[in-house]
Structures are given as structure tokens and as C-alpha cells.
Design a protein around this ligand. Structure first.
Ligand code: PLP
Length: 442
């Protein structure tokens, strides 16, 4: 198909015959470019981007510092492979990244994607502890590769037809306060800890568990935060039994929750932290961070990569972390997040199709239900809402097993005006959606 640079393009028509349909898509729109917090389609129409390429373009599009860093590095060196020696942005990013983490997390292994970071963390845990077992939490999402998939249970379609997956994986109940414990964090903590202890008494002894893997805020599973008290009890249990605590900060990290790292809300320090998504504002990059001793025991050659930690992504990564630090964007995420949550809570007060508004910082989920008392998930309304928001110029995404949760993941440098704009569009879109009985929500 001929491509003209001047007319609005239907890129879907161009791409569909050759791109695999296996990739699930939120939208079928054709994108031209991005500027700041707006994405533009090929007809030149702007959209306020509160999807951020699934929590990845945390500084928005065409950010001057990131773009400058990428251009400068592209002019100098694209690839050499870290196995062949040292390149400046790689070392600088490792230093900045570990500076952003608590002591003793001081050593980084770079790879390309979130799933790869999870694979690396699981391999490290097995090799270093000499134990076979991994405990993950029901409803979690950690990626699509076979190892990461073995610890992923947010949606049946991700796993169906791929068994047998990695052996030695055990699932514990996640402390999902909204869905399973009537919104009570204390009950969720007690219930999930009881489930975990039962698992350790009945299915696998703690002495055979290498690692416990958890998202501090479940992401794809539905934006469910783990109560801080639960994370503290989990930390204590891991300490008691010599189990490594891995936090998957792929979505919840990098200032997203109004703290640099999701685990900070619980005042714990994990043994292993997995990082990806926002780390290079859209270039592929991920990291496994631990204390030095663990990666020394992992041992030279025990893991590797060709592209992981490439100079271009790392140069972007340095610009991202310097910008977050210099512009105090973690504080901005906390302040703007509170405004966003207030705005959405006001919508919830006027519309009982919203069952819950939750989440720290700029990681906010709005759960759609058929009625508030039953908490019956309403994926159809959520899907319609996403489409209506996009039609009105706001990009938001869904998550949750029944895609019943609208997730708001705006850029970390979002402004108060943009928050107001998003809430206004979202509210109008919801009011315009017919209720099950046939009338609109207004
Ligand atoms: C918490 C979490 N872990 C891991 C992943 C996998 O990351 P990737 O898609 O880069 O492999 C994701 C992706 O959404 C995620 O949200």
C-alpha cells in the first residue's frame, strides 16, 4: 500500500494484513506523533495522554532532555554489548538508579523488558538460594515469557494453552481489600497472611522457597494496592525463613505512586527490585537491582544479554532520572494524584456505577460495577467508557481480570489543569453512557 505523507493515514488498514492479530489492542487509532502530554492521530487530532504507553512515557512525549540525550548518544555509539566492556551512560545510570533506592540495593543487572527483569530475578533467586520454589500472588501480572507467565494469574487468556509452565510456582492469596475483604485493609492483611502460612504448612516448606514475588500495587490485575501492613509482615516472614523478597516495580516504580518506589509506602526494603517501563521513557530497558553480595553469588556468566542495558536506552534513562530528581516529580505525582483522586471520588459520589476509586499517587484505578452493593464487575461499561473518553480526546486504559477497572496513569509532570481536564472529560463520558436500563447516567 502506498503511503502519502500529507493525507491522514489509516495505519490500521496498512498494518493489519501483516501484523499478528495475537496482540490485544485497546484502540485501532492511527498515531502520528506526540508532544508533551498530547498524542496526535494522523488527522492531527490531539488526545490528552493519560495512558503513557502503559505507564511508560512518564515524562510525556518529545521531552527535550530525553530527546537531547538520545540524539547525542545516537551520534556517538548505538551498541557494543556490555559483555565487551563499559560505556558511560550504562555506568552513570546504574549509579543514579541505585542512588534512588535504599541501602543496601547497590547493584544492577540491565535487560530489555519487564518480563526479562522478572526472569532474571527468578533465576537469581533459585541459583543464589539453591531452593526450587517461588511464591507469587493470585491476580498478579509479571509478563508474558514462560517464566514470567508462570507467576502471572491476572487473566486466564494469558495462560491458557501454555501449560506446563515453570514448575515450583505456588500461589498465595493477594490481600485484595476491595474484592475479597469488604474494603478492609486489616482483614485483607490477616486473611492473606493466613493463606500464605497455610500454603507454607501444606504445600511447600519455607526451607524450599527461594523467593516471594509481589507487586506493591497489583497493576494489570486491577490496580489493587497491597496494604503496607501486609508488606511488612511479608518482609518479616521472608527474613525468618531466609526467603528473598522480590518486588515487581515495573508499573508501580519510578515515582508512579507518589513515592519513588511502591514498597516505600510500607517502609520495607526488598532483596530484589525489578524495574522497567518508565525507566527510559519509551526505549526498551529494564533492571534487576539487589545488594552486591547477591549478584556476586549469582556469579559471572550465570545470566546474560546482547541488547540489555544498551547505551541509547541508558542515555535516555539518565535523562529521565535526572529530570525526576531535579524537578521533584515524585512530589508532583503525590500532589496531582491527590487532586485526581478527589475529582474521581466526586464523580463516584454522583454515580453508583463507580464501585471504588483507589490507589496511591498517579496510579489510580476506578472500578466499574453493576451495583455498588454486589461489587459485580462491569467490564462492558468500562470498555464503553474507554472508547467514549478517547472519542472526547482523553486516553485512559483498563485493567483487571474482567477489564472492569479504568486506570489513570498520567505523566509524572502532569499539571493541575490537565487533571481537571481529564476529570471533566471522564465525568462527561460516564454521564453520557446508557445505564443497563437504557437511560444515560446524567
Ligand atoms: C508489574 C508488571 N511486571 C511485568 C510486566 C511485563 O513487562 P513487559 O511488558 O515490559 O515485559 C508488566 C507489564 O505490564 C507489569 O505491569
Amino acid at each position: 500500500m502506498a503511503v502519502s505523507a500529507s493525507s491522514p493515514l489509516d495505519l490500521a488498514a496498512l498494518a493489519r494484513p501483516h501484523l499478528s492479530p495475537v496482540l490485544g489492542r485497546y484502540f485501532e487509532r492511527s498515531w502520528s506523533h506526540g508532544e508533551g502530554h498530547r498524542l496526535y492521530d494522523t488527522a492531527g487530532r490531539p488526545y490528552l495522554d493519560f495512558a503513557c504507553g502503559i505507564a511508560t512515557t512518564a515524562l510525556g512525549h518529545h521531552h527535550p532532555a530525553v530527546t537531547r540525550a538520545i540524539h547525542a548518544q545516537a551520534d556517538r555509539l548505538l551498541h557494543v554489548c556490555n559483555a565487551l566492556g563499559y560505556v558511560e551512560p550504562v555506568g552513570r545510570l546504574a549509579e543514579l538508579l541505585t542512588d534512588s533506592l535504599p541501602v543496601p540495593l547497590d547493584t544492577v543487572f540491565f535487560s530489555n523488558s519487564g518480563a526479562e527483569a522478572i526472569e532474571g530475578a527468578l533465576k537469581l533467586a533459585r541459583r543464589v538460594t539453591g531452593r526450587p520454589g517461588t511464591i507469587a500472588f493470585s491476580g498478579g501480572f509479571h509478563g508474558r515469557t514462560m517464566g514470567a507467565l508462570a507467576v502471572t494469574t491476572s487473566n486466564l487468556n494469558y495462560r491458557a494453552g501454555y501449560e506446563p509452565l515453570l514448575p515450583g510456582v505456588y500461589l498465595a492469596p493477594f490481600p485484595n481489600a476491595y474484592r475479597d475483604f469488604g474494603g478492609d485493609d486489616e482483614a485483607a492483611t490477616a486473611g492473606a497472611m493466613a493463606g500464605l502460612r497455610q500454603l507454607l504448612a501444606r504445600e511447600i516448606p519455607p526451607s524450599e522457597v527461594a523467593a516471594v514475588l509481589i507487586e506493591p500495587v497489583q497493576g494489570e490485575g486491577g490496580f489493587y494496592p497491597a496494604p503496607p501492613a501486609f508488606l511488612r509482615e511479608l518482609r518479616a516472614l521472608c527474613d525468618e525463613h531466609g526467603i528473598l523478597l522480590i518486588t515487581d516495580e515495573v508499573q508501580s516504580g519510578y515515582g508512579r505512586t507518589g513515592r519513588m518506589w511502591g514498597f516505600e509506602h510500607a517502609r520495607i526494603v526488598p532483596d530484589v527490585v525489578c524495574v522497567a517501563k518508565a525507566i527510559a521513557n519509551g526505549l526498551p530497558l529494564s533492571a534487576v537491582v539487589t545488594r552486591r553480595e547477591l549478584q556476586e553469588r549469582w556469579g559471572p556468566g550465570a545470566h546474560g544479554t546482547t541488547f540489555g542495558g544498551n547505551p541509547l536506552s541508558c542515555a535516555a534513562g539518565v535523562a529521565v532520572l535526572e529530570t525526576i530528581r531535579d524537578q521533584d516529580l515524585v512530589a508532583n505525582a503525590a500532589a496531582r494524584g491527590a487532586e485526581l483522586k478527589d475529582g474521581l471520588a466526586a464523580l463516584m459520589a454522583e454515580d453508583d456505577r463507580i464501585g471504588d476509586v483507589r490507589g496511591p499517587g498517579l496510579m489510580i484505578g476506578v472500578e466499574l460495577v453493576s451495583d455498588r452493593a454486589s461489587r459485580e464487575p462491569d467490564g462492558a461499561t468500562c470498555d464503553a467508557l474507554l472508547a467514549a473518553c478517547a472519542d472526547a480526546g482523553l486516553l485512559v486504559l483498563s485493567c483487571g481480570t474482567w477489564h472492569q477497572v479504568v486506570r489513570f496513569i498520567p505523566p509524572l509532570d502532569v499539571t493541575a489543569d490537565e487533571i481537571r481536564e481529564a476529570v471533566a472529560i471522564f465525568g462527561a463520558a460516564l454521564r453520557g453512557l446508557p445505564r443497563a436500563g437504557g437511560t444515560t447516567g446524567a
